[in-house]
Design a protein around this ligand. Structure first.
Ligand SMILES: *Cc1c(COP(=O)(O)O)cnc(C)c1O
Length: 403
């Protein structure tokens, strides 16, 4: 086989569909978020980032940076191994205690990313619990889908955020079989939120485990940033809460929180936990500082919600269509992959605004969008500039406005 030709033909197909991924070469500037230097084709220039998942700008918070500087001076760079063989650093222990407390759970377990925490936890549980059947929301994240697939357990996909469909699917199963219900709280592309209480009621009725991904909610919702489950007083009803340290907490890493036995079980049986070298102390120390700050401070959350509401009002006023949802995510709908990429390119080239186009397979075809994530650090002037840029481009590409 001519491998090179094979690779380039496949890539050409992506390009012709308008969904070839181009990474924006950015240099983030500590202390200046949401500004970044864009290293494009011409000379580097400053742009405003409108699509970061560092939702609160914690990636540059002084407490976080100070903790990371201190940790590198105290502990050096890497940990030197897996958690089992010399790689457990005291910061991992402190961070796991902090995470358990954040979610009101007995225990927590760190992973090197949120992706790994979902993949490894779901594949371990679903493959090792004898006869386990997984009920998985139709819009679950790739890391959950892949983990479930790897487990080879039987899986039933229920309609997105639909308790009735979940109940129907459960009712058709042998009552004696162990069941695991996997879903997210805030869905990152539509910004809608799961009916968590209803799912917990159904889980109780059928004796199922509940597994929630709160990646897009931790740090952002609840009085201490414990996610939607904290806000709704439901943390104690969820068997396992999964999150990331890389989005609102601004650093890197993933985790699960649950009972002591559950976390110990995954610690003891999960390949993706056992056989991967542990997070550097700097990252653990930075995440620890970030979580501690957001547990005590709600001003970032409040300001973010204010910015989100302000942008939505302005988009409504000029008739730019965006999905209405109860979260901090503002999806501006384009509905065509080539146009979506073109709008994103124009925003960057002409207005120094960076919003990545979101195309298939991240979202279904025909629902291509610009996913805008206002942060506490976007000013009124930033919003003005974004709205006037979108107004100009919308007319030029011939997209319709809402009434
Ligand atoms: C980003 C994401 C993850 C993965 O988290 P990382 O820490 O970035 O690996 C998991 N679940 C959802 C819903 C995500 O959007």
């Amino acid at each position: 086989m001519d491998f090179e030709t094979f690779f380039s033909t496949e890539l050409d197909a992506l390009r012709s569909e308008g969904r070839y991924r181009v990474f924006a070469d950015l240099e983030r500037q500590a202390g200046r978020f949401p500004r970044a230097t864009y290293h494009g084709a011409d000379t580097p220039r400053e742009v405003t980032v409108w699509c970061s998942n560092d939702y609160l700008g914690m990636g540059q918070h002084p407490d976080v940076l100070a903790a990371m500087h201190a940790a590198i001076d105290e502990c050096g760079a890497g940990t030197g191994g897996t958690r089992n063989i010399g790689g457990t650093n005291h910061y991992h222990i402190l961070l796991e205690q902090e995470l358990a407390d954040l979610h009101g759970k007995e225990s927590a377990l760190l992973f090197n990313s949120g992706y790994m925490s979902n993949w490894t936890s779901l594949s371990t549980l679903a493959s090792r619990i004898p006869g386990c059947v997984v009920l998985t929301d139709a819009l679950n994240h790739a890391s959950m889908i892949e983990g479930i697939r790897h487990s080879r357990a039987e899986k039933l996909i229920f309609a997105h955020n639909d308790p009735d469909d979940l109940r129907r699917k459960l009712a058709g199963l042998d009552p004696a079989r162990p069941k695991l219900i996997a879903f997210e709280s805030v869905y990152s592309m539509d910004g809608d939120i799961a009916p968590i209480a209803a799912f917990c009621d159904i889980a109780d009725e059928f004796g199922a485990m509940t597994y929630i991904d709160e990646v897009h909610a931790v740090g952002l919702y609840g009085p201490r940033g414990g996610g939607v489950s904290e806000r709704e007083g439901l943390s104690h009803r969820l068997t396992l809460i999964e999150g990331t340290l890389a989005k609102s907490f601004g650093v890197m890493g993933g985790y699960i929180a649950g009972s002591a036995a559950l976390c110990d079980y995954i610690r003891s049986f999960a390949s993706g936990f056992i056989f991967s070298s542990s997070l550097p102390p700097t990252l653990a120390a930075g995440a620890l500082a970030s979580i501690r700050h957001l547990k005590a401070s709600s001003s970032e959350r409040e300001r973010q919600q204010d910015r989100v509401a302000a942008l939505r009002r302005r988009l409504d006023a000029i008739g730019i269509p965006h999905l209405d949802n109860p979260s901090h995510i503002v999806p501006v709908m384009v509905g065509d992959p080539v146009l979506c990429k073109k709008i994103s390119d124009d925003l960057l080239a002409r207005f120094d605004i960076y919003v990545q186009p979101i195309n298939y397979p991240t979202v279904p075809r025909g629902t291509e969008r610009l996913r805008i994530t206002p942060s506490p650090l976007h000013s009124d002037a930033d919003i003005d500039h974004l709205v006037s840029a979108l107004t100009a481009i919308w007319g030029q590409v011939g997209l319709k406005r809402a009434a």
